[in-house]
Design a protein around this ligand. Structure first.
Ligand code: RBF
Length: 344
């Protein structure tokens, strides 16, 4: 009996030493820090994902101890959790990095099965989960200034602007950030120009069907829409094509798209996702991420912006519109525009 207890104690001691050794390995400087970049869709055609992948790649290129794997989970949202589960199952990644409002729920569920796995998610909000840190872009704010520009254009005498005070929004799908922040913010911005402006809102049903987006845009033009915005990933190409063919304007979220349709795309917001991702990875490598917390980042903080320094904006919008919009944008950046962000 004594012998059995002694053997048992020895095994326990060996296990403790083994765990300690593994812990100490985690802090040695030359160890690889391995990051899984989990793309909830495909990279091409979706600005938030393109910027996420580019930021992670640049960070890995500049830091030899960092390895990244970029994984595209595709458009079937029902499969995302299962894919993420099998990717993290063998504990290969120090960190999972993603950018999607629906990821906190998925990561929380995966994290229950793998309690040592850490997750950082941008474009999302969750507090109180010790494995997850999130960064929410203030998309109400970007919507407010893009909506303000759309309002200035729809009431203008620009060649494709009609007498109707009707702006359009095409969404790939409805989700809380879109329905509670993006669409209401866009309409509020436009109504700061003219309270009589109406919004025509349509939903495609997925993030890739450019033909459906083109059809929707065409029927919206028939209904009097002369300025569009969209959150639709690659499907937005169809809307841009229709706007070019039939003569309508577009303001776009998150990235510089002026080149695609000069004179049609007259305003582009900017999401500083690449900058944020590189900062996040720097903090993760330094061990200074606060898990369990969420941070909101917007124009004032330098993570949302508007690209005014581009011929697509400067050469196609009448001077009085540029003047009014630049003044509004400067007030936004300075935190001088009052607005209330609705709860998510
Ligand atoms: N944005 C994209 O640009 N491409 C996508 O494929 C895409 N898929 C999404 C899927 C879900 C379930 C949700 C909730 C959002 C998705 N977004 C996508 C939206 C994106 O994460 C972000 O909210 C918007 O781009 C606004 O910043």
């Amino acid at each position: 009996m004594k012998k059995t207890i002694a053997v048992f104690l020895l095994v326990c001691a060996a296990l403790v030493v083994g765990c300690k050794a593994r812990d100490s390995k985690a802090v040695t400087a030359d160890r690889q820090f391995s990051v899984l970049v989990f793309i909830t869709g495909v990279v091409a055609g979706s600005p938030p994902y393109e910027l996420l992948a580019a930021g992670a790649q640049d960070f890995a290129d500049a830091n030899s101890t960092v390895t990244i794997k970029i994984y595209e989970a595709g458009f079937n949202q029902a499969e995302w959790e299962e894919q993420l589960t099998s990717l993290v199952a063998d504990g290969e990644y120090d960190l999972v990095l993603g950018s999607n409002p629906s990821l906190p729920e998925i990561c929380a569920s995966v994290g229950k099965k793998f309690p040592n796995q850490q997750f950082i998610i941008t474009d999302a909000w969750l507090e109180g989960n010790p494995r997850i840190s999130t960064y929410l872009y203030n998309q109400y704010e970007q919507s407010l200034y893009l909506g303000y520009l759309a309002g200035l254009v729809t009431v203008s005498k620009m060649p494709h602007a009609n007498a109707a005070r009707r702006i359009g929004f095409i969404a790939a799908q409805e989700y809380p950030l879109l329905s509670r922040h993006i669409v209401p913010g866009f309409l509020e911005g436009a109504r700061r120009v003219d309270p009589g402006i109406e919004l025509d809102f349509r939903v495609i049903g997925n993030w890739f069907d450019a033909n459906k987006a083109a059809e929707l845009a065409s029927s919206m033009i028939d209904a009097g829409v002369d300025v569009f915005a969209s959150i639709a990933g690659g499907a937005a190409q169809g809307m841009i094509k229709t706007a070019k063919e039939r003569g309508a304007y577009v303001v776009s979220y998150n990235t510089n798209e002026y080149q695609q349709a000069p004179g049609i795309i007259v305003g582009c917001g900017l999401m500083e996702q690449k900058k944020l991702v590189m900062e996040i990875l720097g903090d993760a490598l330094a061990g200074s991420i606060q898990y369990g917390s969420s941070r909101t980042v917007g124009a004032k903080e330098g993570y949302l912006n508007f690209i005014a320094d581009d011929p697509g904006y400067r050469d196609f919008l009448p001077a009085d519109i540029q003047e009014k919009f630049n003044a509004f944008m400067n007030d936004i950046r300075a935190g001088k525009v009052d607005y209330t962000v609705p709860p998510l």
